[in-house]
Design a protein around this ligand. Structure first.
Ligand SMILES: [Zn+2]
Length: 156
């Protein structure tokens, strides 16, 4: 017999599910200034992959590297860039990113044929809204999804 005090179970929508996974992926980012996660979902609602922003795979920066927020920017691979390395054009229906894609990443998502994009935080410098509108891609802010707050910020 089931306990009576079970909380009401609600099923996440696919965009909410993708955003929750993107949030978890962002926790893996090594960038102390901005942690971004991204998730790709295919046309059968399967997760193609997760990604986060960071330095090129296998490169380990010393602590001095992280001291200059601006100097690090050109070396950071955005979560969307890492995500697009996981699939080929036309295989992804939906991408969820914890932060609105920057202009370059929105262009890349268009080039990969992504049909819908969801994001959590705004990114004011981005021209993603104009790009998405031009190509008829819904670019939707979605902030109501389950999020994990880690007890420890040790990212090792
Ligand atoms: Zn970007």
């Amino acid at each position: 017999m089931l306990p009576k005090a079970l909380p009401a179970l609600t099923r996440l929508s696919i965009p909410e599910y993708a955003m929750a996974l993107a949030h978890v992926a962002s926790l893996r980012s090594e960038d102390p200034f901005r942690k971004v996660g991204a998730v790709a979902i295919d046309f059968d609602n399967r997760v193609i992959g997760t990604a986060y922003n960071g330095l090129a795979p296998g490169y380990n920066a010393d602590t001095e590297f992280w001291a200059d927020r601006d100097a690090r920017r050109k070396y950071m691979l955005h979560a969307e860039v890492n995500l697009c390395s996981l699939f080929t054009r036309g295989n992804v229906k939906l991408v969820a990113c914890t932060t609105k894609p920057c202009t370059s990443c929105m262009q890349m998502l268009c080039a990969y044929g992504v049909k819908e994009v969801y994001f959590g935080e705004d990114y004011p410098e981005s021209e993603a809204d104009a790009i998405a509108a031009r190509y008829g891609i819904p670019l939707v802010k979605l902030t109501d999804f389950p999020q994990v707050i880690p007890a420890s910020r040790d990212m090792s």
